[in-house]
Design a protein around this ligand. Structure first.
Ligand SMILES: Nc1nc2c(ncn2[C@@H]2O[C@H](COP(=O)(O)OP(=O)(O)OP(=O)(O)O)[C@@H](O)[C@H]2O)c(=O)[nH]1
Ligand SMILES: [Mg+2]
Length: 380
């Protein structure tokens, strides 16, 4: 990269950058299976906070299976048409679903089914032989979670009996109890029996690191556990930019103006805002970075690095007018962590806008992270 030519933020094209990021995201392929009325669509709506099968274009990929995605959605959903229990279609269903998943398995990694959410309506109070056969077969090809849906319709003994039906078919930790009933979700005691969060955490962990970001972007995260998971997983995004900032080495001093940020750090900022689903127009995003983040970085760096953090950054050579890779990395980490923290706080408590939070808290967070000794790897 041109190390001496100054980067002018005014020329930065946020829109083009967002387009590029959109094109780069690796989408996890998730198949939702189960009988008619089991609650497949309800699961999708609950997990993603919107009906992805309505907002995304759907196309049949094979008999009985529709694929849903769009440029704006970072996952690809495969919704299988359910079957009536005991119907003739039930047999076809097995062939369709297994055929589809096994065929996908022979394709390149991006085409494989990375995750199956297999729904069984708890209210039917049984796990059918077809369910068991399908779950077994699917598990030979991919990660399978079994979701007992509508658990508001059964009691605990019935639920235990259902779970026991799956003994020896898949591990306990891949079995989830869910419900969308507000009676359960709003009741603190009953809520404990619902595994939505554990389902998401488990699902994210089944995916390759490169696919996790897509799922985390799309989940409707509002609980603290979910948002903390999202915050933690953002470290992987940040570390990617830190690695390139390290190789882009020499950044000109002083920092006290708009050149404090390099294109790498701006792109990282845009990436993090997108990851968190920060609702801001391209123009507002540019303003947030240009008028809020950059000046605060400039101010903090000119007072902090040059005055008292020098000892942490032996590579900062004010006399030579440049900083080395370690310093550039440390700064990039601190910017990324500060933005990540602010987006997390904004998601936890929407009483302040992202703009207010950035104005009030970015500078001090950035300074705090800067003072933490730069690490090659942050806690993840
Ligand atoms: N009580 C209760 N009803 C639920 C729950 N989840 C879904 N339902 C209801 O069950 C019915 C079927 O749910 P869907 O999500 O449409 O099921 P589906 O598997 O997508 O059905 P098909 O697309 O027709 O195969 C709907 O009337 C839902 O309102 C739940 O947790 N509790
Ligand atoms: Mg449906």
């Amino acid at each position: 990269m041109e190390s001496t030519k100054r980067f002018d933020f005014k020329d930065y094209d946020v829109k083009a950058e967002l387009e590029r990021l959109r094109g780069n995201v690796k989408k996890p392929n998730i198949l939702i299976a189960g009988a008619t009325g089991a609650g497949k669509s309800s699961v999708v709506n609950y997990v993603f906070g919107r009906d992805l099968t309505k907002v995304a274009a759907g196309e049949p990929v094979t008999r009985g299976i529709h694929q849903y995605t769009s440029d704006d959605i970072a996952v690809t959903l495969f919704d299988s048409e359910g079957y009536e229990i005991g119907s003739a279609r039930q047999q076809h269903y097995e062939e369709e679903v297994i055929g589809f998943v096994e065929n996908a398995k022979r394709q390149e990694a991006s085409k494989r089914i990375h995750l199956v959410w297999y729904t069984i309506n708890a209210a039917t109070k049984r796990v059918t032989p077809l369910d068991k056969a399908l779950i077994r077969r699917l598990r030979e090809s991919t990660a399978v979670a079994v979701l007992f849906t509508q658990i508001d319709q059964v009691d605990l003994d019935e639920l235990t009996a259902l779970r026991n039906e799956l003994n020896g078919i898949l591990p306990e930790d891949a079995i989830f109890q869910v419900s969308i009933s507000s009676e359960i979700l709003n009741n603190e005691t009953l809520r404990q029996y619902v595994d939505w969060e554990r389902l998401i955490v488990w699902s994210v962990e089944q995916l390759d690191a490169s696919l996790q970001e897509g799922l985390l972007m799309e989940i409707h995260a509002e609980s603290e556990t979910m948002l903390k998971l999202k915050r933690k997983k953002a470290n992987r995004i940040i570390s990617g930019y830190v690695a390139s900032a390290g190789t882009a080495a020499a950044v000109p001093l002083p920092f006290a103006d708009a050149v404090a940020l390099t294109p790498i750090q701006v792109t990282m900022s845009v990436h993090l805002f997108r990851y968190w689903g920060v609702k801001a127009s391209d123009d507002l995003l540019k303003t947030l970075i240009g008028s809020t983040i950059i000046p605060q970085i400039g101010r903090t760096l000119s007072k902090t690095i040059l005055l008292n953090v020098m000892k942490f950054f032996p590579g900062a050579n004010a006399a030579a007018g440049v900083i080395n890779a370690t310093v550039a990395s440390g700064i990039t980490w601190a910017i990324g962590l500060a933005i990540n923290e602010i987006a997390y706080r904004n998601a936890m408590d929407s009483s302040k806008t992202i703009e207010q939070l950035l104005n009030q808290e970015f500078g001090s967070l950035f300074e705090q992270y800067l003072k933490q000794k730069p690490k090659s790897d942050q806690p993840s």
